[in-house]
Design a protein around this ligand. Structure first.
Ligand SMILES: Nc1ncnc2c1ncn2[C@@H]1O[C@H](COP(=O)(O)OP(=O)(O)OP(=O)(O)O)[C@@H](O)[C@H]1O
Ligand SMILES: [Mg+2]
Length: 305
């Protein structure tokens, strides 16, 4: 219908596609939850989206209906592509999904081998170009998309570095606990240092991110500690912190135990009230990030969602 009525929100060919990494080396902070809902939000609103599961735990791949180590071989993931780029090509590992406009590069456990292989390659060849392997893979197909969303593993390993190198925007979910906050600050610090080292040692210039958006995740505003830490986070991160937060919701847990996102539920698993509240939090966070993306497109500059 959007095609017929001329209301497709696609970027102009001259606009740079958004390549978003949903990163934090802390586990369980809601990276995959944010990445999946974000990708689906863009697809629902008519954008062309590629989701790349870069985590060998493959939890996002499961949410697309696959049993990663049964239904998929290593050749179906980024790992296969890097072993045999000429034979396969990245286009051949992109799959259509049950979501219109949302394509997937899946992951499975074999992807973990990439960590060793990149490290081994670096030690042997002293050639840092290998860190561009995900960037190069995306480059070959990105013209077909408006938004690429990457779900990296919870570590600052080789694959995560390659993801940070490939991204031109970053979304960082942070639960408002002292430990998660401290670990996020270290993550940002380490990522910055590593990028700088790559620049100094290997003479590589990484363009600045178009935006970095920190999102309060798993927030329970009935806890005074959460409210306090959230307000401290707003002071520390300033305008980089999203205004909306993702609250802890039984609906997210219930949906994920049914292998669905909240956007995919036919009806509330909890009550209508809880469901609607959760939908609102998720949509508000996604809309803020959509506005960030539109700001980077000259053809849509200044549009708010
Ligand atoms: N706002 C929320 N409310 C309730 N449950 C949540 C919320 N966010 C995430 N969860 C649940 O917490 C678990 C971990 O979340 P998720 O998988 O998104 O984290 P992650 O950062 O990707 O973890 P990992 O580091 O292992 O990849 C999941 O079961 C998810 O359903
Ligand atoms: Mg995850």
């Amino acid at each position: 219908m959007r095609a017929v009525f001329g209301t497709r929100p696609w970027r102009a060919p001259t606009d740079t596609p958004a390549v978003i990494s949903v990163s934090n080396f802390k586990g369980g902070v809601g990276k995959s939850t944010v990445a999946l809902h974000l990708a689906q939000h863009f697809a629902i609103h008519g954008y062309r989206v590629l989701f790349i599961d870069c985590d060998s735990q493959a939890s996002s791949t499961m949410m697309f209906g696959y049993r990663p180590d049964v239904d998929l071989s290593e050749d179906d993931t980024l790992y296969g592509h890097f072993h045999n780029p000429e034979l396969l090509g990245v286009r051949s590992i992109i799959r259509k999904t049950h979501f219109f406009g949302l394509d997937l590069i899946p992951a499975n456990l074999k992807l973990y081998n990439l960590e060793y292989e990149i490290a081994g390659y670096l030690a042997q060849n002293q050639n840092f170009d290998i860190i561009d392997l995900i960037a190069e893979a995306i480059d070959t197909v990105v013209d077909d998309y408006d938004v690429v969303v990457m779900d990296p593993p919870p570590a600052l390993g080789m694959v995560s570095m390659a993801v940070l190198q490939a991204a031109n925007a970053m979304v960082i979910p942070v639960p408002p606990s002292v430990i998660d906050f401290a670990s996020t600050v270290s993550f940002i610090d380490m990522a910055r240092t590593t990028m700088k080292q790559l620049e100094q040692i290997a003479g590589r210039v990484k363009p600045a991110y178009n935006f970095i958006r920190l999102v309060g995740s798993r927030v329970d505003e009935s806890k005074s500690m959460h409210r306090e830490i959230l307000s401290m986070m707003r002071q520390v991160f300033g305008g980089s912190m999203a205004t909306s937060v993702l609250k802890t919701s039984a609906e997210i847990d219930n949906a994920s135990s049914r292998m669905k996102t909240v956007f995919e539920l036919d009806r509330p698993v909890t009550s209508h009230e809880v469901h609607n509240r959760c939908m609102k939090h998720l949509s508000d966070v996604c809309k803020e990030i959509e506005t960030d993306v539109l700001r980077t497109w000259a053809s849509r500059a200044g549009e708010a969602v």
